[in-house]
Design a protein around this ligand. Structure first.
Ligand SMILES: Cc1cc2nc3c(=O)[nH]c(=O)nc-3n(C[C@H](O)[C@H](O)[C@H](O)COP(=O)(O)OP(=O)(O)OC[C@H]3O[C@@H](n4cnc5c(N)ncnc54)[C@H](O)[C@@H]3O)c2cc1C
Length: 407
């Protein structure tokens, strides 16, 4: 039986269905002690656990349902160093220096995943790709040009593609190719891989162990799970994705419902599409990637979150629009859609997630990869929060400061 976080994920996710071999962990059956309590067994919880255990810090993961069955099961897993918005829009919320720093951190996180693969082997279909941002509208050409000039000036390897040099089967008016600025992977396999390696170093993972209560004291924090057992730790890290109500009243971002469809394997996809991840400049934008077995996953067509995520008719409209878009983009391919799924998504003004301590409670930490680069933020969270725990100064955490929008 497959359990999903019913409120936050809907439909048949590709990644929990194509990956049949599922390793299951026990639920918590006794009271235990640890240093770091990580709540949430998605890609973020797993990545945090990987870096904490790598740094010899005792950690436990408590997952309410099954590992990687929340947003992690439906992410498109298209990794890009760039942010969701272009520089023109971002500059109204943050500085140019911060934007460049965010791009650099995105590349750093990509590189970390490369290193992980180098060390443990590629068991999650990881592939480095170029990242392509484009518009099919004359009126938006200037935005792409501005983004291109900004990144080139800052030293990122980019190429400008105009409509006369278009190597793709779909219309473009202007495009920006970031050389090796992206990647793709199977998020379900990646999460399990991170956990397998961390368990070898002492991580304890408990599935079907929902945290229902949190109590803080001078010494640390105690959580109670659904079957009455307790975990004592020094800190708690909330890695529960878009569902944070139990831990804080903070409102972290604007929630929407976002959609994915995945095709059946297609035997004549051109090579060019296998080594590039694509995003358009629409608002909300659409994005696509291929998989290792030659499927195409396309995402986008966002609508409001609650109650729209439960409105089948509205959701079907978004799925149908994505399918039509794909057929228009690839008129020569036999597009046969196999999976349709959607889920909550949260965006922030500066497109960055929240990593670090609660401003009012030093034992309450967050690992929330909001924005489109959630997986890269999970990696940065793991790297930076484990250092912070060890008492190091981590300057880059400022960008992800939990209280940065507090007035
Ligand atoms: C359709 C879609 C496409 C996306 N595409 C991309 C993309 O291309 N690239 C990218 O980088 N990001 C993308 N994202 C974002 C990405 O999916 C998320 O950043 C990432 O999956 C979040 O992982 P997570 O581990 O934080 O959350 P989740 O995977 O949701 O994990 C949180 C876990 O916490 C558990 N939990 C909740 N409450 C409790 C509790 N009280 N006790 C115990 N456990 C609890 C849940 O059961 C869940 O398993 C996309 C998101 C969506 C919805």
């Amino acid at each position: 039986m497959i359990y999903i976080d019913i409120q936050y994920v809907q439909g048949e996710s590709i990644f929990t269905r194509v990956n049949r071999e599922i390793k299951q962990s026990e639920y918590l059956k006794e009271d235990i002690e640890t240093e770091v309590i990580i709540v949430g067994g998605g890609v973020t919880g797993a990545t945090l656990a990987y870096y904490f255990t790598k740094n010899n810090i005792n950690a436990v993961i408590l997952e309410k349902s099954r590992i990687a069955h929340g947003s992690t099961s439906i992410t498109t897993s298209l990794l890009q160093y760039e942010l969701d918005s272009n520089v023109g829009e971002l500059k109204t919320h943050t500085s140019e220096d911060n934007i460049i720093k965010s791009y650099e951190l995105g590349l750093k996180a990509l590189n970390e995943i490369k290193e992980f693969i180098k060390e443990y082997g590629n068991r999650c279909d990881f592939q480095i790709a170029d990242s392509f941002l484009y518009t099919a509208k004359d009126i938006e050409k200037k935005q792409i040009e501005e983004e291109y000039k900004f990144r080139r000036k800052a030293g990122f390897p980019v190429e400008f593609i105009d409509e006369n040099k278009n190597p793709f089967s779909f219309n473009i008016k202007a495009g920006l190719l970031s050389i090796e600025g992206g990647a793709k992977l199977d998020p379900y396999k990646f999460t399990h891989d991170l956990l397998n390696e961390s368990c070898k170093k002492g991580l304890k993972v408990y599935e079907n162990s929902e945290v229902i209560r949190v109590d803080y004291s001078e010494k640390g924090v105690t959580v109670e799970t659904v079957y009455g057992h307790k975990v004592k730790g020094k800190i708690i890290i909330v890695a529960t994705g878009y569902n944070t109500e139990l831990f804080t009243k903070r409102n972290f971002g604007i929630k929407t419902t976002t959609f994915n469809i995945a095709t059946k394997p297609i035997n004549n996809i051109k090579e060019i599409y296998k080594s590039v991840v694509v995003r358009d400049n629409e608002d909300p934008y659409n994005y696509l990637r291929t998989t290792s077995d030659n499927r195409i996953i396309i995402g986008g067509e966002d609508i409001n979150f609650i109650p729209e995520i439960f409105n089948e008719e509205l959701c079907n409209k978004s799925y149908d629009k994505l399918e039509q878009r794909l057929k228009n983009m690839f008129p020569h391919l036999n597009i046969d859609v196999e999976y349709r799924y959607c889920g909550a998504f949260a965006s922030t003004q500066d497109n960055l997630g929240f990593l670090g301590k609660d401003p009012k409670n030093s034992k309450l930490w967050y690992g929330l990869g909001y924005g489109a680069n959630g997986i890269l933020y999970a990696v940065l969270g793991g790297m930076m929060l484990s250092k912070l725990y060890l008492g190091e100064e981590v300057k880059d955490l400022k960008l992800f400061d939990v209280g940065r929008f507090d007035s």
